[in-house]
Design a protein around this ligand. Sequence first.
Ligand SMILES: Cc1cc2nc3c(=O)[nH]c(=O)nc-3n(C[C@H](O)[C@H](O)[C@H](O)COP(=O)(O)OP(=O)(O)OC[C@H]3O[C@@H](n4cnc5c(N)ncnc54)[C@H](O)[C@@H]3O)c2cc1C
Length: 265
Amino acid sequence: MALRTPIRVHIVGRPQFDIEEFLGFLAASRMDWRRSAGAGQAEELIEAAGRVCYMSFGVNQSERSNVEYIRNLVDMGHESVLEHVNWSFVITGISRALSHQIVRHRVGFAFSQLSQQYHDESDAEFAMPAEIEGNPRAEAVWERAVSTAKEAYSEILQLLDQKPEHGESSQLNPRESRRAIRSAARSVLPGCTETTLFMTANARALRHFFTVRGGIPGDREMRDLALELFRLVTREAPAVFFDFRIAKLPDGSEMVQRVSTGPTQ
Ligand SMILES: Cc1cc2nc3c(=O)[nH]c(=O)nc-3n(C[C@H](O)[C@H](O)[C@H](O)COP(=O)(O)OP(=O)(O)OC[C@H]3O[C@@H](n4cnc5c(N)ncnc54)[C@H](O)[C@@H]3O)c2cc1C
């Protein structure tokens, strides 16, 4: 039985800012933009969108750097500007139970998840919770339960496949019959069955996600996912996540924490 497979997050989509086109737009308005050295595409996209609101280019541009500009947007609550920046991720090694919590986030997220109706789960892996790992007796109980469920899944698949005349699926075309059989069989799979999620989220939605999900001490799997996501997006656009950091809990595990940045928070 596979033990705890690490959560893996691949960043597969990122914002692309057509700076030449944008500078062309400014030139046509006889304006220019003093850009901050070192700002990435995501960060410049946000700054550009924010500045368009006030046309604060050229003589109207303040001395604020890109980092300060984004921080000011957040401090003012002008966060819709952050929605222009999206990243796409492929996430593996998470449980179906965790995915159920993630997809509750309705705003600024898009999800595509491995289907248990179209995908045969006979070779499914299972994500052992961190709390169980390292406790030999709990591990044994967990492995026994998961093995039993896995065997039951395969057995139900086989039984329903062999005798379609006894099931609802007998009236269905082969594709729908397979769907019906897998739907019936998956009913015995546990919440720790691993899944794959293709997830797109904008910067504002991710900030909200880190705030409400990143630091719950009793939700280790969620924290681990938040940490993976956070490490990736802070590499992509540190200015956007200026008020978050990685902190340690007393047990040594980590969390994503939003820190107070001043009186405007
Ligand atoms: C500690 C914790 C415990 C939880 N326990 C449970 C539980 O026991 N049972 C359960 O069902 N869920 C539970 N949840 C899930 C929670 O209720 C939310 O569904 C989930 O966290 C998504 O958060 P959200 O609605 O803020 O995010 P999103 O859906 O992404 O929404 C983002 C923000 O948009 C605004 N918004 C979105 N939709 C609306 C709307 N319809 N009307 C007004 N404003 C809106 C809100 O400001 C919201 O915060 C829990 C979450 C946490 C963090």
